[in-house]
Design a protein. Structure first.
Length: 299
C-alpha cells in the first residue's frame, strides 16, 4: 500500500494572511519619517501624528500591492527556492480571500492618506498606479525597473515632507534616491546569484543583467549615497537649520551600514530582502541605532 500521502499545507488561522501582507516590509516606510527627523519637527505633536498616518497609509498600500503581485506571480513563485513558501504559491490562502484582503488594504490606505492631506492622497495613489504599471510590464525594462522601485521610496519621503508641510532638503532627496537605487540593484544581484541559470525564467529582466554590470551599478550608487549624505551634513543650510556642525558624526554609521550590507550581499547570501536583512543582522541593527541615537543627540 506504499508510503503515506504528502502532507498538505495548513490552511487555518490568521498567520498565512498576515504573512501575505508582509508586515516586516513596513520598515521601508521609515523613509516617511526622514523629513520629521531632519526638519526639526520631532517635538511637534500634530506633525508627528500626520507623518505616522502617512506611514500607515503607505504600509497598507504596499501590502495591497504585495498581495496583487503574489497573485500574478504565484505560478513563477512556485519555481523559486524561497518564494514558493509564500501563501498564494503554497496554497495556504485562496484567490478570493486574497483579492478581498487587497481591496480592504487599498481602501484603508486611501482613507488614511486623505485624512492627512490631499497631497498625501495623491502621492499614495501615484504610488499605487506606478506599481500597477510596473507589474504590467515596466518590471521587464532593464534599469528602469530599479528606478521605479526607487521612485516608490522617493514618494514616501515626499509624503513625509511636502505632504505634511515640511520643506524637503534637496541633498536628502538625492541621497534617498541613490540609497534606494543601491538597495534595488543589490536586490537584482542577489536574485541573479540565487537563481543562477533559472533567473530569466523567474524574472525576465534578469536576462539583461549580469554580475559585473550590477556590481558597477551598486558601487556607483553606494559611493554616491555616502558622498551626498556627507555633503548634506556639512551643508551651510543644514548647519543653519539645526544649529550644529556635528551631524557629520553620523557619517561613520552610514558607511559601516553600507559596507556591512555589501558583505551580506556577497558573502552571506543577503540583499534579496533589505527589510529582512536589516531586522536579522545585529551589525545593521547596531549601525542604524547608532546613527539614529547620534542624530537625536546632535539635533
Amino acid at each position: 500500500m506504499g508510503g503515506s500521502a504528502p502532507a498538505r499545507p495548513p490552511r487555518g488561522g490568521l498567520w498565512p494572511y498576515l504573512k501575505l501582507l508582509r508586515p516586516h516590509q513596513w520598515v521601508k516606510n521609515g523613509f516617511v519619517f526622514v523629513g520629521l527627523i531632519f526638519g526639526e519637527a520631532v517635538g511637534n505633536g500634530d506633525l508627528l501624528q500626520a507623518v505616522v498616518l502617512a506611514a500607515l497609509a503607505f504600509s497598507l498600500a504596499a501590502s495591497s500591492i504585495y498581495v496583487v503581485n503574489d497573485l500574478a506571480d504565484r505560478e513563477k513563485d512556485r519555481l523559486h527556492p524561497k518564494k514558493r513558501h509564500r501563501p498564494l504559491a503554497a496554497g495556504t490562502v485562496n484567490v478570493t480571500a486574497a483579492l478581498l484582503l487587497a481591496g480592504a488594504c487599498l481602501f484603508g490606505a486611501l482613507m488614511l492618506a486623505y485624512s492627512v492631506s490631499l497631497t498625501v492622497l495623491v502621492l499614495v495613489a501615484l504610488y499605487g498606479a506606478m506599481n500597477v504599471a510596473y507589474s504590467m510590464g515596466l518590471k521587464h525594462v532593464v534599469v528602469l525597473d530599479v528606478f521605479i522601485i526607487a521612485a516608490g521610496f522617493m514618494l514616501r519621503i515626499l509624503a513625509g515632507t511636502l505632504g505634511v508641510g515640511i520643506a524637503p532638503s534637496h541633498w536628502l532627496l538625492v541621497c534617498g534616491l541613490l540609497l534606494t537605487l543601491f538597495l534595488g540593484f543589490a536586490k537584482r544581484r542577489a536574485e541573479l546569484k540565487t537563481l543562477e541559470d533559472d533567473a530569466g525564467s523567474h524574472r525576465k529582466v534578469l536576462d539583461d543583467y549580469d554580475p559585473v554590470l550590477l556590481d558597477q551599478f551598486i558601487t556607483l550608487c553606494a559611493a554616491g549615497t555616502i558622498v551626498t549624505y556627507s555633503l548634506y551634513t556639512v551643508a551651510p543650510e543644514t548647519v543653519a537649520v539645526h544649529g550644529s556642525q556635528w551631524l557629520i558624526a553620523t557619517v561613520p554609521f552610514v558607511v559601516y551600514g553600507i559596507c556591512r550590507y555589501l558583505f551580506r550581499l556577497h558573502r552571506r547570501g543577503g540583499g534579496g530582502d533589505p527589510a529582512a536583512d536589516l531586522l536579522a543582522d545585529p551589525h545593521l541593527i547596531a549601525a542604524f541605532l547608532g546613527w539614529f541615537v547620534t542624530v537625536l543627540l546632535v539635533l
